[in-house]
Design a protein around this ligand. Structure first.
Ligand code: SF4
Ligand code: MG
Length: 317
C-alpha cells in the first residue's frame, strides 16, 4: 500500500561555519496516497528542511527519498522533472514566492505552457479554470500580486501549483501569515481541493491546532528528530511523548486538556549543538538519568502509534 511519496532522508548536512548542521537526523517518514499528514514542531526543528526534501527541492546528503516506490536519485531526467511537477510546495509568504513583475495570468500560466500541459491558444481558459478552483475571480487575472490581499495571494500561489496538475502538495506554514478567519477559508480550500483533485498532503505547521482538523496522521518533530507519530485522533486523545503533551497544553482551543499537562518551559536548544541523549531532556519535566545519555528510539505504543521516550520502558507499556 506504500505506493507513494517519501521515505525520507537519514541525514541532511549543510556546511555552516566549519560545522555541519544536521537539520534532519534519522527521520523515516512515509506519506501514503490520499493521506493528509500533519508535520508539527517548533521553528528550527527541521520540518521545513524535511518538507523540501519530500517535495524534491532539496536532495538529502545521506539517505533517500522514494517517489512511488522508486528512489528520486535514480529517476531519469524526464522522470525526475515529472516527479518534481507532481509534488508542489505552498509556502508561508506568497509575496516572496510570486514574481512581483508578472501579472497573475502570467504567474499561473507560465509552467503549464513550458511543460506542455496547456497550449497557447487554450491558455487563457486554462488559467481561468485554475483561478476558479482556487477561489479567485478570473476577471482580475491581469493584475499584479501586490494588488491582492494576503489571503488572495495565497490563493494565487495555490492556483499556480494546481496549474501543473500536482498529486502531492507540501504546505509549509501555508496559513501562518494569515488572519484567523482567512486561515479557516484557506484550510477549507485545501480540503475541498483534496476531494476534487484526489490530492495528498504533507501539512507542515508549528501549530497543532491548525493540523488537528485536517490531518489523518500527525508526526511530531523536535530538533531534527521525529519524537511521535500517530493517527490524528490518537495524538490528541492520548499523546504519549512529553513534548507532544506540552505542545497540546499550549493549544488554546483544547483548553480542557491543559490541566493534565505541564506546559513546556525554556528555550529551544541550538540545532548546532543539540543536547545529548534525548534532545528534549533539558526541557522535559520527566527527565531522568538515562535521558541525558541515551537516545530514545521510536517504539510502537499502540497500533499505528510510535513514540520515542524512555518512560515507555519504565511503564512496561
Ligand atoms: Fe523526557 Fe526522558 Fe522521555 Fe526524553 S526520554 S521525553 S527526557 S522522559
Ligand atoms: Mg519553517
Amino acid at each position: 500500500k506504500l505506493d507513494f511519496a517519501g521515505k525520507i532522508a537519514k541525514r541532511l548536512g549543510a556546511p555552516m561555519r566549519e560545522e555541519v548542521v544536521h537539520a534532519v537526523d534519522g527521520v523515516d517518514l512515509t506519506v501514503r496516497k490520499g493521506e493528509v499528514v500533519g508535520l508539527v514542531g517548533e521553528s528550527g526543528c527541521g520540518k521545513s528542511t524535511l518538507g523540501r526534501m519530500v517535495a524534491g527541492i532539496l536532495p538529502p546528503s545521506d539517505g533517500e527519498i522514494l517517489w512511488h516506490g522508486r528512489s528520486r536519485s535514480q529517476l531519469s531526467g524526464k522522470e525526475a522533472r515529472e516527479a518534481k511537477l507532481r509534488a508542489q510546495m505552498i509556502f508561508q509568504d506568497p509575496m516572496s514566492s510570486l514574481n512581483p513583475r508578472l501579472r497573475v495570468n502570467e504567474i499561473i500560466g507560465e509552467a503549464p505552457l513550458v511543460h506542455g500541459l496547456a497550449k497557447r491558444g487554450d491558455l487563457e481558459n486554462y488559467v481561468d479554470e485554475q483561478m476558479r478552483r482556487a477561489g479567485l475571480d478570473p476577471t482580475f487575472k491581469r493584475r499584479y500580486p501586490h494588488q491582492f490581499s494576503g489571503g488572495q495571494r495565497q490563493r494565487i500561489g495555490i492556483a499556480r501549483a494546481l496549474a501543473v496538475q500536482p498529486e502531492f502538495l507540501v504546505c509549509d506554514e501555508s496559513v501562518a501569515a494569515l488572519d484567523v478567519s482567512i486561515q479557516a477559508q484557506v484550510l477549507n480550500l485545501f480540503m475541498r481541493l483534496r476531494r476534487e483533485l484526489d490530492l495528498t498532503y504533507l501539512f507542515i505547521s508549528h501549530d497543532l491546532g491548525v493540523v488537528e482538523h485536517l490531518s489523518n496522521r500527525v508526526v511530531i518533530m523536535y530538533l531534527g528528530r521525529v519524537v511521535e507519530e500517530a493517527p490524528s485522533e490518537e495524538v490528541f486523545a492520548r499523546p504519549n511523548h512529553p513534548y507532544t503533551q506540552s505542545l497540546l497544553a499550549s493549544v488554546p482551543r483544547i483548553e480542557a486538556r491543559k490541566k493534565n499537562f505541564v506546559t513546556v518551559k525554556g528555550e529551544i536548544p541550538s540545532p548546532l549543538n543539540p543536547p545529548p541523549g534525548c534532545h528534549f531532556h533539558p526541557r522535559c519535566p520527566h527527565a531522568f538519568d538515562r535521558c541525558r545519555v541515551e537516545r530514545p528510539m521510536l517504539k510502537t505504543v499502540a497500533p499505528g502509534h510510535r513514540s520515542a521516550c524512555h518512560l515507555n520502558d519504565l511503564a512496561g507499556a
